[in-house]
Write a protein that binds this ligand. Structure first.
Ligand SMILES: *Cc1c(COP(=O)(O)O)cnc(C)c1O
Length: 387
């Protein structure tokens, strides 16, 4: 054989793979089929690498386990999972009801993309009762999009009740369960049709890889989600799927620590004179605590609190004085983060008085005593400018 041919034929694996605790990471767009008949055999599961190979398949089966689902589809980011599920299930002429405290990029997708394809988008007050929400839905409503607790402001919704009422009217429910991470809340067990997650956050846990998932129990829905992924041409890499699987192994331990430390910091904050209100569903007395207690198995490290009203400069001084908390929009990694929320709250239709400027914290895996000392120095800086 000539060199060109030899170099194309060489370097492939001869025997079976050694067995490691994780799956092998297969890389491949081309999948070699065993025979001419297999090329167009509909029972042949994998004929092309875009649908995912060993690591992606392993991750999907682990997520089926985690979510107690019939099927899970993967997407290149959490946002892609939400966009992908909605595009797979909605059509022109449909209406979607979206909770007003939804993750802001979802709102942009609904307003800029769904409306362009003839889907009517209606935002509803997160405080609306399930009965009023579902009985007030028009005949065109195909899907209710939920997120609980809601982004930034942490309102809790009665998902089991909304799902039950919606199902009786033939309306689908989907929820962004990134806060629950498939572990402290399992939407499918509570009757929700589609559970969506930004795996980027807690499942990854290390702030370095993007991925999203959609899980469902109804085989018809699973098929539609899978067709949606195929039709949009989405693929995730084996390395990234492997990173998510690695994160899953320690998810319960990390979440437990994030949750405990988060509550310790929240309890301390509640008693500080500069703090007007807490928004943490697992903290007794906070809005939605009853629903959290009934439906959730724990908490993660993400919550908000309101400073007492003060000029913007005092809020900025608080954030700028923090040394251990990074200023950044993400969460779910090992590191603590803080953001101010006001500019993101302005796009909402239903305004609420939080008691003062809202700050969202992600409590990482650092020592909570160190984090509390850091927050104290931030509050001191705020106090100097709060007047
Ligand atoms: C981050 C986030 C997403 C989007 O995830 P990406 O992987 O960053 O696209 C969706 N929903 C919530 C609640 C999030 O916090």
């Amino acid at each position: 054989m000539s060199d060109e041919t030899r170099l194309i034929r060489t370097g492939t694996l001869a025997g079976p793979l050694a067995k490691t605790v994780g799956p092998p990471i297969q890389k491949g767009s081309t999948v070699l089929l065993p025979s001419a008949a297999a090329l167009y055999d509909d029972d042949n599961f994998v004929t092309y690498g875009r649908s995912g190979l060993s690591a992606q398949m392993s991750l999907r089966s682990a997520l089926v386990d985690l979510e107690d689902a019939a099927g899970v589809t993967l997407y290149p980011s959490g946002m892609a999972a939400i966009a992908g599920a909605l595009l797979a299930l909605l059509k022109s002429g449909d209406e979607i009801l979206v909770v007003d405290n939804v993750y802001k990029p979802v709102r942009r997708f609904c307003d800029q993309v769904l409306t362009r394809f003839g889907v009517a988008v209606t935002y509803f007050d997160p405080g609306a009762s399930p009965e009023a929400l579902v009985s007030g839905a028009s005949a065109a409503v195909r899907l209710i999009f939920l997120e609980t607790p809601g982004s930034l402001s942490f309102e809790m919704q009665d998902l089991p009740r909304i799902a039950e009422l919606a199902r009786a009217r033939g309306i689908l429910t989907a929820t962004d369960n990134t806060w629950g991470a498939g572990l402290i809340f399992r939407p499918l067990e509570h009757g929700v049709d589609i559970s969506l997650q930004a795996l980027t956050k807690y499942v990854c846990g290390h702030s370095d890889t993007f991925m999203g998932s959609a899980a469902a129990r109804d085989p018809v829905l699973v098929r539609k989600l899978e067709d949606g992924v195929t039709n949009m041409g989405w693929a995730v890499s084996g390395e990234d799927a492997y990173a998510m699987l690695r994160g899953l192994r320690t998810l319960p331990l990390r979440l437990a620590r994030h949750g405990e430390s988060g509550l310790e910091v929240a309890r301390w904050l509640r008693d500080q004179p500069e703090v007007a209100a807490m928004y943490h569903p697992a903290l007794p007395g906070c809005p939605g605590h009853d629903i959290w207690k009934r439906d959730f198995k724990g908490a993660c490290g993400l919550f908000s609190f309101a400073l007492k009203p003060a000029p913007d400069t005092a809020v900025e001084a608080f954030l700028d004085a923090l040394q251990l908390f990074g200023l950044g929009f993400s969460w779910g990694g090992f590191e603590s983060l803080a953001i101010s929320c006001a500019p993101q709250l302005r796009v909402r239709n239903f305004e609420r008085d939080y008691g003062g400027p809202l700050i969202r914290l992600h409590i990482g895996l650092e020592n909570p005593g160190d984090l509390i000392a850091d927050l104290r120095s931030g509050l001191d800086a705020y106090r100097r400018l709060a007047g």
